[in-house]
Design a protein. Structure first.
Length: 187
């Protein structure tokens, strides 16, 4: 009979994380704690797709845009998966971005992740030196833009509905929150 290994709470490692199944769930690791998030809802997927379609064509060739699941491992105790991210091409390793700060992390708020994204992930991205952190609330059609200044996030902009946010970081790109919640073919 095969022996089953159990882990003490808080005892998960990156090695343990790498053995988890590819089952549609999002697995993240924060200081030994495993965070498990169910597959995103349709609106979440739509926003991620629409935002990717805006970021990708504007992205300079030395940078890349990815969407979850794609690991950001800022240290040996953490593995996070922002909904979208922008990083330097040179910072990409076999398991994602390891030990290098992201230029942009984007989280799309949902009922199951709202508090994690607003509080925990904000603090983790800030500590990891992620230059820009965008939070998008699909229900409110609202984009909140935070930028790292002297090691702490400062709110740079809040764009709602049909307002245009003209990003400068990580590169120039206009974003209109109301357009992100529309189906691709709805223009």
């Amino acid at each position: 009979m095969e022996s089953v290994q159990t882990l003490e709470p808080g005892g998960f490692t990156l090695a343990d994380l790498d053995t988890l199944p590819d089952d549609g769930m999002r697995y993240e690791l924060v200081d030994g704690q495993l965070l498990v998030t169910p597959a995103p809802l349709a609106i979440h997927q739509r926003v991620a797709g629409q935002l990717f379609l805006r970021l990708q064509p504007a992205c300079p060739e030395e940078l890349e845009v990815f969407f979850a699941p794609f690991d950001f491992r800022p240290n040996k105790q953490r593995s996070l998966q922002p909904d979208l991210l922008v990083c330097r091409s040179d910072d990409i390793g076999p398991r994602g971005v390891e030990f290098c700060p992201l230029l942009l992390a984007v989280e799309i708020l949902s009922p199951s992740t709202r508090m994690t994204d607003l509080l925990l992930k904000r603090a983790l991205y800030e500590e990891a030196g992620v230059t820009s952190y965008w939070l998008f609330d699909p229900e409110a059609e609202e984009l909140t833009v935070l930028e790292l200044v002297d090691g702490a996030y400062v709110e740079r902009a809040v764009a709602k509905g049909n307002e245009i946010f003209q990003a400068a970081l990580p590169f120039a790109v206009p974003v209109v929150p109301s357009e992100l919640v529309r189906p691709v073919n709805a223009g």
